[in-house]
Design a protein around this ligand. Structure first.
Ligand SMILES: Nc1ncnc2c1ncn2[C@@H]1O[C@H](COP(=O)(O)OP(=O)(O)OP(=O)(O)O)[C@@H](O)[C@H]1O
Length: 264
């Protein structure tokens, strides 16, 4: 297992010193190897929280511990070996092939800009195979479809071999088959994962823990079957939610409609 425990202690974030926080005090603890789904409506603060976890923004208060070490006290290169991120938007002007992009994930592990050693090569091959991209390794990144780009960025993060993998809407742009494949991959990876997901039922299916955010406030944290119910989901998303339990897994499954509108 390559994952590390993640602890978020009283973390908040404001864009400037006197501005209202966009993320209010949030705390949770995620054991090594567990998958956390961050859910909530548009503008709830999901990406804001993730940006703190992959060290793009520094928390305005509180601290983030990765394997017991304060993320912001680590040298940047060490932090980059510990935490990898896959973001919603990818630059499209890379004049690099898919293999070269995935190879970038190895940078924090190298002593300098040396040619790839055998381990790097194997790791990159493995990541390309896992994301069904091996045949596209020679293609220019800019010529890929949105879904292929998304898979290439997940492969780059895997090649980084991090302890914590942060994914911002990893199923964006993916067709149903590739959504399911990425979700299964997330489920099967031996690392600690924090992922934002818009599809609540997908989050229930793949995540060990769920954090619900609304207007920058945490509404709840816990295993999906214990945390989520129709009332919490209705409050978070401002919809009427109905819960059924799937058989035989007994996992909750939600359907939604607008308040005061008849169900179809
Ligand atoms: N640097 C910033 N300065 C000012 N406001 C910001 C900044 N970054 C984010 N926001 C605002 O904070 C709120 C939360 O944004 P965030 O991107 O975290 O939401 P989200 O839950 O990821 O939303 P979505 O589901 O739409 O992607 C939004 O209203 C956004 O406009």
């Amino acid at each position: 297992m390559n994952g590390a425990e993640l602890r978020v202690e009283n973390v908040s974030w404001s864009p400037s010193r006197h501005a209202e926080p966009i993320l209010h005090q949030t705390s949770f603890s995620l054991a090594a190897g567990r998958v956390l789904g961050v859910v909530g409506p548009n503008g709830a603060g999901k990406s804001t929280l993730l940006r703190l976890l992959y060290r793009f923004n520094k928390p305005s208060s509180g601290r983030i511990l990765v394997g017991g070490d304060n993320l912001w006290s680590l040298p940047p290169r060490t932090a980059a070996r510990r935490v990898a991120a896959v973001l919603q938007e990818h630059p499209t002007d890379f004049a690099l092939t898919v293999r070269e992009i995935v190879n970038l994930g190895r940078l924090p592990h190298r002593a300098g800009f040396t040619t790839s050693d055998q381990l790097c090569h194997r790791t990159v091959d493995d990541a390309l195979h896992r994301l069904d991209l091996f045949q596209l390794g020679h293609r220019q990144f800019s010529t890929l479809s949105g879904g292929e780009r998304q898979r290439a960025m997940v492969a780059r993060a895997l090649a980084q071999n991090p302890q914590i993998l942060v994914l911002d809407e990893p199923t964006n742009h993916l067709d149903i088959r590739h959504q399911l494949e990425v979700l299964r991959l997330i489920h099967d990876l031996n690392m600690t994962i924090v992922t934002s997901l818009h599809d609540l039922n997908m989050a229930v299916g793949v995540c060990d823990e769920i954090l619900v955010l609304k207007q920058g406030h945490p509404l709840g944290f816990g295993p999906p079957a214990q945390l989520l119910n129709a009332s919490l989901v209705s409050e978070a998303f401002r919809v009427d939610a109905r819960q059924e339990n799937l058989s035989p897994s007994n996992t909750p499954h939600f359907s939604f409609h607008l308040p005061n509108q008849p169900e179809r």
